[in-house]
Design a protein around this ligand. Sequence first.
Ligand code: GLN
Ligand code: ZN
Length: 649
Amino acid sequence: MTKWFDTNYHFIVPELGPSTKFSYASHKAVSEYKEAKLGIDTAPVLIGPVSYLLLSKPAKGVEKSFSLLSLLGSILPIYKEVVIELKAAGASWIQFDEPTLVKDLDAHELAAFASAYAELELALSGLNVLIETYFADIPAESYKTLTSLSGVTAYGFDLIRGAKTLDLIRSSFPSGKYLFAGVVDGRNIWADDLAASLSTLQSLEAVAGKDKLVVSTSCSLMHTAVDLVNEAKLDDEIKSWLAFAAQKVVEVNALAKALAGQKDEAYFAANVAALASRKSSPRVTNEEVQKVVAALKGSDHRRATNVSARLDAQQKKLNLAVLPTTTIGSFPQTMELRRVRREYKAKKISEEEYVSAIKEEISKVVKIQEELDIDVLVHGEPERNDMVEYFGEQLSGFAFTDNGWVQSYGSRCVKPPIIYGDVGRPNPMTVFWSKMAQSMTSRPMKGMLTGPATILNWSFVRNDQPRFETCYQIALAIKKEVEDLEAAGIQIDEAALREGLPLRKSEHAFYLDWAVHSFRITNCGVQDTTQIHTHMCYSNFNDIIHSIIDMDADVITIENSRSDEKLLSVFHEGVKYGAGIGPGVYDIHSPRIPTTEEIADRINKMLAVLDTNILWVNPDCGLKTRKYTEVKPALTNMVSATKLIRTQL
Ligand code: GLN
Ligand code: ZN
């Protein structure tokens, strides 16, 4: 599974090879079209053939020279069959999603679009054919290819993330074709600025022609929350600023009606009032935060001492064994634990009862780690249901929905917090629990925080200021927490740093610069003896290793077990840098218990490329989704393997 572009939706990546045979297996597109047709004539949506192939990957063992696009000739006949069946069922429109068109494509890849649609032209005749793109600006070259495709009658663009695409459209748009203008943001939960959209649409009427302009959302609505009516707890003021999927459909219709000369004046006036209230609300603006953030731009934030001197100072204080062992933070979240948190939230149990239950859990987790003889401990995160929500609930500027779920994969959903205002940290968030946990052991205990880029990338972010500004505000809030915490060690998780990478390479440097800067802001002020750990959940580091080094953490733990040695080679670069590195030694996503031998083998492989004095031993990620019956033996084996190797050094 991998993420669908920069959304949180996951898809199963097809694994293809030269001998892959395609056949028309599922008639879902047709049967769903027919089912819907009992009431409504819909436009069936298919992933376009070129995007399908470009988003696949070569199966294991397939020769390096194999090109995914070489399968175009064998997949197009299947597309033809589907199209012909849809036509026979009565479809008058068909939509092909070709979002890879917003990525950096080479000439060979672009040529595939031209030949694919030329090949499909005959099958498509008699249908209105829409090619939809979304999630970013479309490069000028790709725009040219797209708008000259044969057999296509309509083009769709994301005009929220594709502000430059608007210029391309204005400078040339093929005559007689439909323009699907994605003016209503499909990726966010904010009410549209209807007056602004209407004026964009009016200007586009001049380009495409009045009867060829179609009002649309910027992308599918599956990436936003479903319906604001389901929100009982959000207050009316904040609700007036929001539009979930159901409300966005109403916005699209209102815009289309207004274009056709039937403007619903009352609806538009209410929108103006809502936008004005959002702009002027004291809940949105915190002048103090604004001032500090303004002063911070352009300046650099780094710890004064370099990493090797810091590690020396930390070692003097912590006196850790070689190959120190640690975990990533969370311990199993039992039913009992979830019940305690739920009942406390519902005020069914008192604060004392809650604190004593969590305290008991922390003490259990501390004891287990001491018994296992782990070197650097964690408190287990029993008070948190989610690493972003926990912090968001204690920061100002965040709101939470009851039912703002967005599909992640299958029946799994996430419920992103809404960042609506300037972010502040009124009170310490983790200090109470961290201090309590440290008081239970003489071993070093890591304080556990979530980093600014991760909080940002897993939230619905305000659209009235640049993302980096919001990220800097979160960084300042976390910085305050770090300062109040100043513990033996502090881990600042940047699990989602990579997820925020823009789709276009030309924009990577800018994003990484402010995201990494935000991370450094959080901990640039700590003492040399405070060990700053960070953790990241992905193994694909090759292209961003310099940014990861630039985070200037003392110890970096990363997910690794599913990618193996490939990742380690990247860390040659890191070796020069000298920070501690803990590539996970076993996969926590599986209930399987790794053996001592297998972990020892892993550690040995790592030692072949990494210095003994920088290697840490830890699992891939947090343990919250596992059971104690899995975690205890797995960690036992992890520690045994480490001890075994220590004797061989
Ligand atoms: N500290 C977090 C945990 O252990 C990190 C989770 C993550 O990386 N996604 O649960
Ligand atoms: Zn992780």
